[in-house]
Design a protein around this ligand. Structure first.
Ligand code: ADP
Length: 491
């Protein structure tokens, strides 16, 4: 896809305000997942660049954290404005390297930029506290301070939103960052870093160090070992998150972990079925099912099971599967062959254990990384798709009889990111919302992500919150100041 501004495609790392090649000129390919063609090659950084990035971020920290909150707010605001000016080009970049359709890519630019706007505003409202003193001659004050250099490691499914959601609160709080974008999608993050530079965010405040999968650990290991990196924020798979958490212990870094999910989507007998189908389309099929809050298990009550299945299959059948170059595309390719193979494996495993294919079920006639949007019925808990995150366009329908059974099924997973349920019964709404072991609940709603709300999970889905009034705290220490000797000596 042709960009209006060709130089938004950047192939090098951003370190200390300079676009930098890997020391020996090493590069890795970035592919278009719709057809496997080469988009471009990007610097394949290693330990040398990783260290240089921390040096730069560490040097920039006193200057950046020393700015007035209002100055940081203005720079973030300017960055937001530039993201909006280049919305269409950024959407084209996302679609090219990640595959989602243009309507979704535009939505992602808006969503990612909204975090920058939000934290531009929050930067000015970074209030401390004055606590009523326990003794006459003193004051007890609490201030918030930036933790320091932050390492941000992001996945490929939302190449702009995931990194914006980390950089924006970090910068608002006064931190500087070193970032490693996912190897499948480095171009979008390099482009937004370029716009941050143009907005006037000083050199060294944002450093982006792309690397291939083979070198990802080499870059991140440098950051894990470096005591100057005071926080690590990660969005990605649970095994990698656990590894990073373990390795962060040596320098006791602060951590935010946004890891895998296994979201239940519950449809009760008393639900508005049309609304539930609409919600399921969003919660299950957005980004072709490649979202961490994606509905992984659809639990449907006995009385409406057949009706819901039929309505859902009808709606899913209408989704247009096509590359993002088709303006009517609604379902793009999956990110790579590994992703396709996983969905295929989940379908085959389920069918071998008694599930029936109501719709789809196989690789799409378009070939490559395209998979047919799929609906399976008669699904049971013995199937792999119950315990593993499919991360693809596969809607498996489980049947349940009672509310208690639904809640038990929903919670029967080590994960706890998002859950959704549809019911019109007010008592049930409160009961179920409180009983679900997750960080986020969509009640009669399939689309829950927004910059104004705290995004994050519990259990093995991680900890920390992104967005909202809570989002900046993850990047700050609170410091208690005890100001004594305030009594009147003449008294
Ligand atoms: P996914 O399966 O969605 O690719 P991952 O957790 O594997 O999720 O990847 C998320 C991010 O973590 C990517 O930027 C990836 O390069 C990075 N990553 C993967 N493995 C490691 C590792 N061992 N050390 C550091 N970063 C890693």
């Amino acid at each position: 896809m042709k960009l209006e501004r060709l130089n938004l495609v950047e192939n090098n790392a951003l370190i200390n305000g300079a676009w930098t090649q890997e020391a020996s000129g090493r590069v890795f390919p970035v592919l278009n997942p719709a057809d496997g063609t080469l988009l471009t090659e990007v610097a394949d950084c290693g330990a040398v660049e990783a260290k240089a990035a921390v040096d730069a971020a560490n040097k920039a920290f006193p200057l950046w954290s020393g700015k007035l909150h209002k100055e940081r707010a203005q720079l973030l605001r300017r960055w937001f404005d530039l993201l909006m000016v280049h919305r269409e080009d950024l959407a084209r970049l996302i679609s090219s390297e990640q595959g989602k359709c243009m309507a979704e890519s535009r939505g992602e630019v808006d969503y990612g930029a909204a975090y920058v706007e939000w934290f531009a505003e929050e930067a000015k409202r970074d209030y401390g506290d004055v606590i009523p003193e326990p003794l006459k001659d003193r004051k007890v004050i609490v201030i918030r301070q930036p933790v320091g250099v932050v390492a941000c490691i992001t996945p490929w499914n939302f190449p702009i939103a995931m990194i914006a959601r980390k950089i924006a609160p970090a910068l608002a709080a006064g931190c500087t960052v070193v970032c490693k974008p996912a190897e499948d999608t480095p171009l979008s993050s390099l482009a937004i870093a370029k716009l941050a530079e143009e907005a006037g965010i000083p050199p060294g405040v944002i450093n982006i160090v792309p690397a291939s999968r083979q070198r990802a650990a080499e870059v991140v290991d440098v950051w894990l070992a470096d005591g100057r990196v005071r926080k690590l924020t990660f969005t990605g798979s649970t095994p990698v998150g656990k590894h990073l958490a373990r390795e962060s212990a040596n320098t006791l870094k602060r951590l935010s972990m946004e890891l895998g999910g296994n979201a239940p989507f519950i449809v009760f007998d008393d639900a508005d079925l049309d609304a539930a189908v609409e919600g399921a389309l969003v919660a299950k099929f957005r980004n072709s099912g490649q979202t961490c809050v994606c509905a992984n298990r659809l639990l449907v009550q006995d009385g409406v099971y057949d009706a819901f299945a039929a309505k859902l299959a009808l709606a899913v059948a209408k989704l247009k599967v096509a590359p993002a170059t088709d303006p009517d595309a609604e379902q793009g390719p999956l990110i790579n062959e590994k992703a396709i193979a996983k969905v295929e494996d989940h379908v085959q495993d389920a069918v071998s254990k008694g599930a029936k294919v109501l719709l789809g079920g196989k690789r799409h006639a378009l070939g490559g990384n395209f998979f047919e949007p799929t609906v399976l019925i008669d699904v049971t808990t013995e199937m792999k798709l119950c315990s593993e995150e499919t991360f693809g366009p596969l809607a498996p329908l489980f049947r349940f009889k009672t509310e208690a059974e639904a809640v038990a099924l929903a919670n029967d997973t080590p994960f706890g990111l998002a859950a959704y349920f549809y019911s019109k019964d007010l008592g049930r709404v409160w009961r179920v919302a409180e009983e679900l072991q997750v960080g986020m609940v969509g009640i009669n709603e399939g689309r829950i992500s927004t910059e104004v709300a705290p995004f994050g999970g519990i259990k093995e889905s991680g900890y920390g919150r992104e967005g909202s009034k809570y989002g900046m705290e993850d990047y700050q220490y609170i410091k208690y100041l005890c100001m004594g000797g305030l009594g009147d000596p003449t008294n």
